[in-house]
Design a protein around this ligand. Structure first.
Ligand SMILES: NC(=O)C1=CN([C@@H]2O[C@H](COP(=O)(O)OP(=O)(O)OC[C@H]3O[C@@H](n4cnc5c(N)ncnc54)[C@H](O)[C@@H]3O)[C@@H](O)[C@H]2O)C=CC1
Ligand SMILES: O=C(O)CCC(=O)C(=O)O
Length: 528
């Protein structure tokens, strides 16, 4: 029986044709993106779901998706799909990481011109018969400084266009290597430097814990008077209330937003300000981009449904059905070791060394390495996947080295991930026990024994009496339950570490208090 795919958003017709040509039954029901009840009612009849951003793939939808094998996002951001819930159901989630990048970069440039010359306002006034020639005095962009926050695929295209416009382009992106910055032709700077120098700031990062409110009230206060701000990436990167205040005071000269904290944005703090230009998430909305992403998603989904081939999956490596059961726990281990290192890293990674010892060395280590790199980069990159992770690492000048050797220590299989950055070297090792659960067994040469948990705290401290008691009382007083507690130290009175699993997320103020405890060097929240 031919697999069945439902298209529940406005995808280009090109996708329908590809599915038909490949022998996949396809139903084109774009109205379902806004009708979650109807979608839940019929999703059980389909093997594949092709979407853009209107369809929200929630755990409730996935619960009803008894046949679903693959979700294809015709676009980049998969924030409308509950990835953990899809993964838990074994549903592959694919995206199309490059098909709409040029179009979105062009939208940011269009927004920059709209702000510089107040084109929407001048258009409205002219068409109202006012002919207000003196009201609309613009600014020239040539020789102005364009500050790009997030210089990945789209940011790099914006940079190229900005340089073409004779602007001075500076970029803040902790994961941009100096070599890549040189190739793109941008000056790599720290955030404060960008804020102080840029005449126009444009954002091109994913929305993550680290990028949320990257333009906060405090950051906006560090910008130049007269700065213009563009967001064509994700709502939530800029504090909209603080930006409105900065526009009202005249500190910020203009803002152009395509994306908003709440979408669809029927109301928003920025609305109604005379120097604000808004579009309804149109960044990817060109015929060319929509055709690119529709063709690509239909090809990828057909390949998977008909032949089992996986590409651009955000939640699974490319492996065969026979390899999967043996590899799966080690994939999880590699990805979690990478994630552990990635969550603790805020600087430019130069080298990643992965050592496979014992039985695991005979497995498909390319997939394991990809999973480790995807885990490492995911805290920083938009929806990096196991297929794209190695090439992204290469593009960023990260050297990846793999070593295999016979088991030397206590474990049948051991994976060690070491990263070198411009500031430090960090190593973490893990294994999979007979229960199939991945575990951390060594951090920086200090032995521990901890499972990965949804909410954890990693603490480094001096091995002095009293720490555990003080820490436990602090969490107890804050009403936070400690689920597991793993300790290690290099020697008596030396460096110690603790990996603590807690029930529920850790509030920032509690973390601050932990960091302030005597002898604590650092305390970081981790999620797995
Ligand atoms: N408005 C629209 O319709 C569209 C919006 N987008 C959004 O644009 C954004 C960027 O997409 P791509 O360039 O394809 O992603 P990408 O993954 O290629 O680039 C993101 C860049 O942000 C950087 N970054 C991560 N954390 C950072 C931090 N804390 N500070 C500074 N930089 C940081 C990363 O190193 C990376 O270079 C995504 O959020 C995507 O969803 C994409 C397409 C259309
Ligand atoms: O499909 C769209 O219109 C939105 C595109 C987008 O935001 C993305 O690809 O991340």
């Amino acid at each position: 029986m031919a697999p069945r795919v439902l298209i529940s958003d406005k995808l280009s017709d090109a996708a329908v044709q590809i599915f038909k040509d490949r022998g996949v039954d396809v139903d084109f029901r774009p109205e379902l993106g806004k009708d979650k009840d109807k979608l839940a009612e019929i999703i059980g009849d389909y093997d594949g779901l092709a979407i853009r951003s209107a369809t929200k793939v929630t755990p409730k939808i996935l619960e009803k998706a008894t046949r679903l094998k693959v979700i294809g996002r015709a676009g980049i951001g998969v924030d409308n799909v509950d990835i953990p819930a899809a993964s838990a159901k074994g549903v592959i989630v694919m995206n199309t990481p490059f098909g709409n990048s040029i179009t979105t970069a062009e939208h940011a440039i269009a927004m920059m011109f709209a702000l510089a010359r107040q084109i929407p306002q001048a258009d409205a006034s002219t068409q109202a018969g006012k002919w207000e020639k003196n009201r609309f005095m613009g600014v020239e962009l040539t020789a102005k400084t364009l500050g790009i926050i997030g210089c990945g695929n789209i940011g790099a295209i914006v940079a190229e266009r900005g340089i073409g416009l004779k602007m001075k382009v500076i970029a803040f992106d902790p994961f941009l290597s100096p070599e890549r910055a040189l190739t793109i032709g941008v000056e790599k700077v720290e955030l404060d430097d960008l804020l102080a120098r840029a005449d126009v700031i444009t954002l091109h990062t994913p929305l993550t814990e680290k990028t949320k409110n990257v333009l906060s009230a405090e950051a906006l206060a560090k910008t130049r008077k007269g700065v213009r701000i563009i967001n064509c990436a994700r709502g939530g990167l800029v504090d909209e209330v603080a930006l409105r205040a900065a526009l009202d005071s005249g500190h910020v000269a203009g803002a152009a937003f395509d994306v908003f904290g709440v979408e669809p944005a029927e109301e928003n703090p920025l609305f109604g300000h005379p120097n604000v230009v808004c579009t309804p998430h149109l960044g990817a909305a060109t015929t060319e981009a929509q055709e690119n992403v529709a063709l690509q998603v239909a090809e990828q989904m057909s390949d998977y449904l008909l032949n089992g081939a996986i590409s651009n999956a955000v939640n699974f490596p490319s492996i065969t059905a026979e390899e999967a059961p043996k590899l799966k726990p080690f994939i999880a281990l590699a990805e979690k070791l990478g994630s552990f290192a990635g969550q603790l890293t805020d600087s430019d990674i130069q080298t990643v060394r992965i050592t496979y010892e014992g039985a695991v060395a005979d497995q498909k280590i390319k997939a394991l390495t990809s999973a480790a790199i995807a885990g490492l980069l995911r805290p920083a990159l938009a929806d990096v996947n196991v297929v794209s992770a190695p090439s992204i690492a290469k593009e960023r000048g990260i050297v990846v080295e793999e070593t295999t050797r016979a088991a030397e220590g206590d474990y049948d299989s051991l994976i060690t991930l070491s990263i070198t950055s411009d500031k430090y070297e960090r190593a973490v090792s893990g294994t999979v026990f007979a229960d199939g659960q991945p575990r951390i067994v060594d951090i920086k040469g200090i032995k521990v024994d901890a499972e990965f948990a949804p909410s954890m705290i990693y603490i480094t401290n001096e091995d002095k009496p009293g720490f555990i008691g003080r820490f436990a009382s602090l969490l107890g007083d804050a009403g936070i339950n400690i689920a597991t507690f793993a300790l290690g130290r290099d020697r008596q009175g030396g460096d110690a570490i603790a990996l603590v699993e807690v029930d529920g997320p850790l509030p920032a103020e509690v973390l601050e208090k932990v960091t302030a405890l005597p002898h604590v060097k650092q305390a970081k929240p981790l999620t797995f």
